[in-house]
Design a protein around this ligand. Structure first.
Ligand code: AMP
Ligand code: MG
Length: 686
């Protein structure tokens, strides 16, 4: 019952009528039905906005559509405020309370007076509200926080996670939400009375209309040139929510914040803000003949975004998977101060010279709840034990003589010696792993140590692999004269698996346009990206590039790289296709140099450059200017050797090599012993 037909996003304003011409800092609203977006609506004042919402809701109600409507102001105040004012913790009782008292017209409203009255009702008029935007003074409301005192928390719990969020106690000024909240909640209260509304997260979003609190800046970046920020933001938020799968929406709505409310999407920022791939994402600047490798890479980096879905899984199952959202420590590491050695603990450092301390009975071992030690006494402590109260310093057992209920040792010893401070490694609430990271075994340790449970992971990228060419027969089968074995598919499957993606074998296709088209059509629903080899150039039998060209979303990337003929990059029914050259050497080099970082991004990982090392050459070579060259290479005795032949059909050289030597674009004469850049296959993830 969580599917919504209509998503509405509203950017509220507590300012007065903004005039007939659409402008910023007014109220803006956007409607998105199943991905189809209406143009953002400009609402010049709150009364116009309320009428517009009523009319929209009546129409949606008549059409039997379920509506999720987001508003950009808090739905609740910090804990305790509702009860102090209304006698009830129920935030919706507070909504009613406010709606009865807020007076609002297009030209003015009483929010400052009401804030002052509340301050006086709750105490001596020093808080919680502050800021008066009017010329006249208001009893109980300070202009600039002078003498300010707030009996409640400054911010709600969710706002600690929302960097830059304003406190609801500030009633005006740039970015303030206090005024929007009072006026907005009053309007929403009237809508609640008129329609079947559930207010999230106080009520399960199961009514025909569900209201959620949104904060567009959480997931929407700056507006494109010439567009009004608020208009752009509401349209984007509506699109982001509309594009979510039902189970993801359910995950994001599973929030427990019964009094303060919650900002929708907190903790899911990366997922929500990922834009869809554009159909022209592989377009190249016109007129450029040979694109340098770095420029080609920059284009991929700029244009590509994650295409994989997201799932919630226990952290223990995350090895090799990509984080969709950052992981925050639920617990400090270490959680308590503890001893780093076996020894004796006591309070404070000691000067040089001999010391004798009475030894308390018992001991503190790892796993024991921290006990207590009297001042002036020492206690036996074992590595990892939480320090008992009254202990902050430990002396090594090797440096101590124990006799007759005392310990004896020589100073000096510094206060805090041989102990670990609580949180010295990680502090609770800190981001420990960034979105886009591929989880390593060490990450599993870090997450375990900091109490991580479920995390948001990208689903594995499904990569379809297709070989093209009339001459190809399957590896292991009999080849007749004129035929060769398909070597690229086994190789590219291995590459894709090593990269951590899921391989989907699309088999071989002949040099026939209709057959190839059928293959691509069949694949497009089942894979996230397609890697093909062969037929990527511009010749008679280069059907891959011809087909992508026909689809209208193709670019032949002539890249200044050797080995490597043109790459055919395009979109096939929304799926990106990397048409690699047929030559196995060129196919591998292009897969490592271009397809690897591109597929990483599609999979939700961060862009990464392979780590290279400058090492002396064990070869000599003269190269012409213009292209970047990759040589099959390996490291022996600290020097880079290269394969004897550079022929791009020499598969044995690929197998001989353990990495690539990268020679930059300018002409060069490499002499033995000169430094060259060596990139081990391992740096590419192989
Ligand atoms: P193409 O890019 O289709 O013009 O192919 C360039 C060269 O690579 C030709 O010699 C092809 O026979 C060869 N080739 C193409 N695909 C494969 C493959 N899957 N395995 C081995 N060689 C291939
Ligand atoms: Mg071919």
């Amino acid at each position: 019952m969580l599917g919504f037909d209509t998503i509405v996003a509203v950017d509220w304003s507590s300012g007065n009528d903004t005039g007939a011409r659409p402008r910023k800092d007014a109220i803006w609203a956007a409607v998105n039905r199943g991905g189809a977006a209406d143009a953002p609506v400009y609402l010049r004042n709150r009364q116009v906005a309320e009428e517009w919402l009523c009319a929209l809701f009546a129409a949606e109600q008549a059409a039997g559509r379920r509506v999720l409507a987001g508003f950009d102001f808090p739905f609740g105040y910090p804990t305790g405020f509702a009860e102090a004012l209304t006698g009830s913790h129920d935030p919706l009782a507070l909504w009613d309370w406010l709606a009865e008292r807020v007076e609002d017209t297009p030209k003015q409203n009483n929010r400052f007076d009401l804030a002052g009255a509340i301050n006086l009702q709750l105490g001596d008029g020093k808080g919680p509200f502050w800021f008066n935007g009017l010329a006249r003074d208001i009893d109980g409301l300070s202009r600039r926080k002078d003498g300010y005192a707030n009996p409640f928390a400054e911010k709600r719990q969710c706002e600690a996670l929302a960097k830059g969020a304003f406190t609801c106690w500030q009633m005006g000024g740039a970015g303030a939400v206090g005024g929007q909240m009072m006026t907005g909640l009053s309007v929403l209260t009237r809508l609640r009375r008129q329609f079947d509304v559930a207010v999230w997260p106080f009520q399960a979003p199961k009514a025909q209309f569900s209201f959620i609190e949104i904060w567009p800046s959480l997931t929407v970046g700056p507006a494109p040139e010439g567009q009004i920020k608020d208009a752009w933001q509401v349209a984007e938020v509506a699109r982001q929510i509309a594009s979510l799968e039902v189970d993801r929406l359910a995950t994001m709505l599973a929030v427990d914040a019964p009094e303060e409310g919650w900002i929708f999407g907190l903790g899911f920022e990366a997922e929500l803000s990922t834009p869809p791939l554009r159909n022209d994402c592989f377009a190249l600047p016109a007129g450029v003949h040979w694109t340098p490798v770095d420029e080609a890479l920059d284009l991929l980096k700029d244009r590509l975004t994650a295409v994989t879905g997201i799932e919630t899984l226990p952290a223990t199952q995350a090895l090799g998977r990509i984080l969709a959202e950052p992981v925050r420590a639920r617990r400090s590491n270490p959680p308590l101060p503890n001893t780093a050695v076996d020894g004796y603990g006591f309070a404070g450092g000691r000067d040089g010279g001999p010391h004798v301390l009475p030894l308390a009975t018992g001991r503190a071992a790892a796993g024991d709840a921290p006990g207590q030690v009297k001042s002036g006494q020492a206690v036996r402590v074992l590595t990892g034990a939480a320090l008992p109260t009254g202990v902050d310093t430990v002396v090594l057992q090797e440096d101590v003589r124990v006799a007759e209920g005392t310990i004896r040792f020589s100073g000096p010893i510094k206060a805090g010696a041989n102990t670990r401070q609580a949180g010295e490694d990680v502090i609770e609430g800190q981001d420990i792993l960034a979105a886009g990271r591929r989880i390593t075994p060490a990450d599993l340790a870090l997450m375990a140590a900091t109490g991580t449970r479920d995390i948001q992971l990208r689903k594995p990228l499904r990569v379809g692999i297709l070989s093209t060419g009339d001459e190809l027969v399957e590896a292991g089968e009999t080849a007749v004269a004129g035929q060769i074995h398909d070597a690229n598919r086994p190789m590219l499957s291995g590459v894709v698996s090593a990269f951590g993606h899921t391989c989907i074998d699309l088999g071989r296709a002949p040099d026939d346009r209709a057959a190839l088209r059928a293959r691509l059509d069949a694949a497009s629903g089942k894979v996230d990206v397609i890697l093909t080899s062969g037929g990527a150039s511009a010749g008679d039998e280069d059907h891959m590039s011809a087909l992508l060209q026909e689809a209208g979303a193709m670019a032949l990337w002539r890249i200044a790289i050797k080995p490597g003929r043109p790459l055919a990059l395009g979109m096939w029914q929304g799926v990106p296709v990397f048409g690699l050259p047929g030559n196995p050497v060129a196919a591998l080099v292009c897969a490592l140099v271009f397809a690897r970082p591109a597929m990483d991004v599609l999979a939700g990982a961060s862009w990464s450059e392979p780590q290279g090392f400058d090492v002396p050459a064990a070869f000599t070579k003269t190269k012409k200017a213009g292209r970047r060259e990759y040589l099959r290479a390996r490291l022996r005795d600290g020097r880079a050797e290269v394969f004897a032949s550079e022929g791009s059909g020499r598969i044995s050289g690929l197998s001989w090599a353990e990495g690539l030597v990268e020679l930059p674009e300018p002409a060069a004469t490499v002499k033995e012993g000169a430094l060259v850049r060596y990139i081990p296959y391992g740096s590419f993830g192989l």
